[in-house]
Design a protein. Structure first.
Lengths: 339, 339
DNA sequence: TTGAAAGCGCTAACAT
DNA sequence: ATGTTAGCGCTTTCAA
């Protein structure tokens, strides 16, 4: 019975052993540098055989034997949002550094896809799962039952069952809005994302609290999906609004790109007519016009922490690792000179 | 010997069989809907057992047995370039539709990383490999020796050994530049990417040939990496150039975003002072200011073709599947009204 | 220092 | 219709 149709008959460890005139165990010892020592001469012969035969260990067999695939699974909304593009690259990097490969899936913001991907990743026996859920209370029974370590990404509240990493959204939003207030803007709006169910939205809370503390009234709220397209639509509504805000806090870079586009289209100047501060400060935010002042999420550290929570865990934790955001000052808020 | 440390003892097919009071073969038959028929009553019992026990097939064992991991490997420069973000999402999609998962790796444009990832993916026994190489003549001996189907992406010349998919860069560039010529611009520059070794650059050829055909002299060439950052630097050089071009063809959306930024910073108007046409027409290009006129690469079709070449192959081919690009007209070339 | 062999979980050919 | 079992390629215990 052979299902394998690959032309060049796969060379296995047995072939190497035969060619080198040793047992398969010895081949294992040299490949894995243990657990037994091998005489230098023997090792050389094995290495040579591997070279000559072009032998490549079969990861599936190894995974079966060891119960570890050395793969991590990641579910993100999609990498067409610059923040997630950046985050997924950082996660891939962190995984690679530990010898793990990354199974990447995009949920497109759809619950059904998200669940399907989770199930799929679990049955592929990933050694760890990183989940950016669309939902507030994602369905995790399967994950928990599987016993596979998992981390919730982009999560700002501890979960009952799993560790999570995120930034303090409310705090970040507050800092962003305070910066706008410091500039002297008084009518400060909000572009809010659609986050399935979280009520109230944490960025909204931060925005509102900064306003309240400063004795300012809450500006208008423009809701849209977390995308350039969504931001664009929100921007059109901003431009057309009665009592148009003089400054707006935007919940993500992706949205801000769209807002900028709509504002330009309406002939409005940023920051002169409307100032903007956004969230994420991804690579993208440095290349818009004008460049975006934004709250930065430390994607690399978050990725590192998430991967570490999966792989270096002594004990299962349900800690919510919260990272600080910091304000990256550029032009959209009115800080830097024209050019 | 048990290496598995997962808390909940993994439930295997044997457990299901025992619980359902059948043999393991029957469990297989119901899970795989064949190759043998199973009595409805028996099937129900098995399904029930699976449900109750929370059984999930072990993909590693299956892969070992079948010689197929049902995974595809992808190497791209990185998804912080919107074109590759879009392409990788399309590939993930196409793979998923066929029940395949995607192992995603970023080479960051580095040859060494690229090779490392290729080797790694091969030893993970992916059923197919999609490679966007930095190199003109990528090192493919390992790939070929492995017998694993592979496709070269973003490739505009047939390769000696592998099938490839891409668009006709020269033709696309020519069409873009012809559009600029049609507008009446006469001093047309080029922002060119750094593509390891390809000499001459195909987009450059297309640009030059359109100019020649129109009896125009070749404008200046500004070379940069295929990134926003690179485009930004090129844009600064454009703004500062003596005999500044009145129009520029930019080799990618990523670069165009950077160029736009630099031009704005220099107080130059697009398209009034400098018109732009770029390449890719990724989602990003619709949200810049002004929106970019660009040559569109059909990422979805390319992804579908690439995955199909891997999975539906009757015979190994070395065909270069070339897709047409088409001009997406927006504002940066001067076509559409101000707003 | 090296080798023999069991067994990881699964599929499917071959019994029954 | 269902069961038995060999064997996929690997790691590692145990024996030599």
């Amino acid at each position: 019975m052979t299902v394998n149709t690959g032309q060049p008959a796969r060379v296995t460890r047995k072939d190497v052993a035969r060619y080198a005139g040793v047992s398969t165990a010895v081949v294992s010892y040299v490949i894995n540098a243990g657990p037994k020592k091998v005489a230098p001469g023997t090792e050389a012969k094995v290495l040579d055989a591997i070279q000559v035969l072009g032998y490549r260990p079969n990861a599936a067999a190894r995974a079966l034997k060891l119960g570890s695939t050395e793969m991590l699974g990641l579910v993100i909304p999609g990498n067409t949002n610059p923040f997630f593009a950046e985050l997924s690259e950082a996660i891939e990097q962190a995984a690679n550094e530990r010898g793990y490969a990354l199974l990447l899936t995009s949920s497109d913001g759809a619950t059904s896809k998200e669940r399907k991907h989770v199930r799929n990743l679990l049955s592929r026996q990933v050694d760890g799962l990183l989940l950016t859920s669309v939902e507030d209370e994602p369905y995790l029974d399967d994950v928990i039952a599987s016993g596979i370590p998992a981390v919730l990404l982009n999560r700002y509240q501890p979960s009952e069952h799993l560790p999570s990493v995120g930034v303090d959204l409310a705090e970040g939003a507050r800092a962003a809005v305070e910066h706008l207030i410091w500039h002297g803007y008084e009518n400060i709006g909000l572009v809010k994302g659609i986050s399935a169910s979280r009520i109230p939205d944490e960025r909204e809370e931060g925005w509102a609290s900064a306003l309240t503390k400063a004795g300012l009234r809450e500006g208008q709220i423009f809701t849209s999906t977390f995308s350039m397209e969504g931001g664009y639509r929100a921007g059109q509504r901003i431009a057309a609004a009665r009592d148009r805000p003089t400054a707006v806090f935007v919940s993500s870079d992706a949205q801000a790109v769209g807002v900028l586009r709509a504002l330009h289209e309406a002939g409005l100047q940023v920051p002169q007519d409307i100032a903007l501060v956004s969230f994420d400060a991804s690579f993208q935010s440095a290349f818009t016009w004008p460049a975006l002042t934004a709250m930065h999420q430390p994607t690399e550290q978050m990725a590192e922490a998430a991967v570490s929570a999966l792989l270096d865990r002594e004990t299962a934790s349900t800690e919510n690792m919260v990272f600080p955001t910091d304000l990256v000052v550029r032009r959209s808020c009115g800080c830097l000179p024209e050019s």
